[in-house]
Ligand binder design. Structure first.
Ligand code: IMP
Length: 206
């Protein structure tokens, strides 16, 4: 049995919110963002893995809203930096850095690194928490870190990440194009299937 349910997207990042809403648009749910809950401030990501952080965010939002919550946590793993910044990607250039500061630090750290050694991947863990179950899915996209900024769209490290088999960065793609191949798109596509199975079991009550 499937009824229209309300889910909260557990993020204050409007770019992520918009990407997630667009990818989940054909799931039979009403999605609302944390902007509907101004009392919920930034949730501290105290975990040491993407799974831990994704669960911290979804559990916190479920506890505070009483509504099923979906969260994501993403890391950029750069091979020449032994997988850094990974789970610490948001804080790569210090406490509360801008996207630009993180990007500039990354370009500096890879300065002089040849093209074939600039391999990297985005990894996203998506979690769903509704008080009865906790679901986890992961999505990965391989690519390379470019030598300079390319493109104006997207957010975060998008202007310096060129996915495999592409000659444009994520920041040179539309939101739809990015979501077809992105880490977040892949994780959410898997989560959509898992949630549809969960709904079919009929245990979901909103
Ligand atoms: P978090 O999932 O918000 O913790 O993301 C960690 C860091 O990765 C932040 O600096 C984000 O801006 C960045 N990030 C997350 N998702 C993406 C993406 O799709 N493209 C580029 N950067 C991203």
């Amino acid at each position: 049995m499937s009824r229209r349910k309300t889910f909260v997207l557990a993020t204050h990042n409007i770019h992520k919110q918009s990407e997630m809403s667009s990818i989940l648009s054909n799931l039979e749910v009403r999605l609302i963002g944390l902007d509907q809950f101004p009392e919920i401030k930034d949730i501290e990501e105290t975990g040491t893995t993407l799974v831990e952080n994704a669960l911290i965010k979804a559990r916190t939002v479920y506890r505070l809203t009483g509504l099923p919550s979906l969260s994501d946590d993403t890391g950029l793993e750069v091979d020449a930096l032994n997988g850094a910044p990974g789970v610490y990607s948001a804080r790569y250039a210090g406490e509360n850095p801008t996207f630009e500061e993180n990007v500039n630090k990354m370009l500096g750290a890879l300065s002089g690194t040849p093209y074939n050694k600039r391999t990297a991947r985005f990894r996203t863990v998506v979690s769903f928490v509704d008080g009865k179950t906790e679901l986890i899915e992961e999505g990965v996209i391989e690519g390379i870190i470019t030598e300079s900024i390319q493109g104006n769209d997207g957010f975060g490290y998008d202007p310096i990440f060129k996915p495999e088999n592409e000659n444009r960065t994520f920041a040179e793609m539309s939101k739809i194009e990015k979501s077809f191949i992105s880490h977040r798109g892949r994780a959410l596509e898997k989560m959509k299937k898992t949630l549809n199975l969960y709904f079919k079991k009929g245990v979901f009550i909103d």
